[in-house]
Design a protein around this ligand. Structure first.
Ligand code: NAG
Length: 233
């Protein structure tokens, strides 16, 4: 009992120290949504998912976005009707005036911008329900045999398996793309439909960190295909 009383204040001190650190990190994810093309106009800053932009008074009104991280925009509520996938570090984009964005969310870690992470999606083009994580996952739970697209970020490849517990067919995906702005890095790769990986739709059942198979996805680097393997890739 006495030791618990001593531990608690230390814990509280440690947590407030962490909170202070988090506020100082310069590479936090954000999306600033403007309802006008004017770069100096007002905006709403999003730090988290919004399944229904009418909650923020931004339904069908986003015209310009400035952002860090990977952000997905949809023209229907609850992440249906894919419209845009931005992977940027402090860049702005004007959206087509024909867009009517009604929901948005980010891909990647809820913590650091470039933390190692994966996101699985029920629909093609990163739509619908999601399963996500940063560690080995023997069973993708609600998306078991329902995955149609995915995204990875951070400096690690991931291996996706068609069997539970890392069995079955496997394919390894590297974070091939690197966005760099002033030394702030974002490693990423996004697969709009898992048939691009040579896997059947709705076949993924487990996920492991690292590249645990010789079957490496090179669809995004077509000039480093089979010949690249002999060259030591
Ligand atoms: C977007 O539109 C505004 C206003 O027309 C313009 O100043 C800006 O250069 C455009 N492009 C970007 C990427 O912001």
């Amino acid at each position: 009992m006495g030791s618990l009383v001593r531990v608690l204040p230390a814990l509280v001190a440690a947590i407030s120290c962490l909170t202070a650190l988090a506020i100082d990190i310069p590479d936090l994810r954000y999306l600033k949504a403007h309802n006008d093309y004017d770069p100096d106009g007002p905006y709403h800053e999003f730090l988290d998912y919004s399944p229904d932009l009418s909650v923020q008074g931004m339904d069908n009104s986003i015209r310009r976005v400035c952002l860090a991280g990977q952000w997905l925009l949809y023209d229907e509520h609850y992440y249906s009707g894919f419209k845009a996938f931005f992977s940027d570090v402090n860049q702005c984009h004007n959206l087509s005036s024909s867009y009517s964005i009604s929901s948005l969310r980010y891909a990647g870690s809820p913590y650091g911008l470039d933390d190692v992470y994966y996101n699985l999606y029920e629909g093609d083009l990163w739509t619908g329900n999601e399963f996500k994580g940063n560690t080995n996952t023997p069973n993708v739970a609600n998306l078991d045999m329902k995955v149609s697209s995915l995204s990875i970020s951070g400096q690690s490849p991931w291996t996706f398996f068609t069997g539970l517990q890392y069995a079955g067919e496997a394919v390894c995906v590297y974070p091939t793309y690197v966005t760099n702005n002033g030394g702030i890095l974002l490693h990423h790769n996004s697969i709009p439909t898992i048939t691009n990986l040579g896997l059947s739709d709705n076949s993924i059942r487990s996920v492991a960190k690292g590249c645990l198979t010789d079957n490496v996805y090179r669809g995004d680097r077509p000039h480093q295909g089979e010949r690249g393997d002999q060259g030591g890739h």
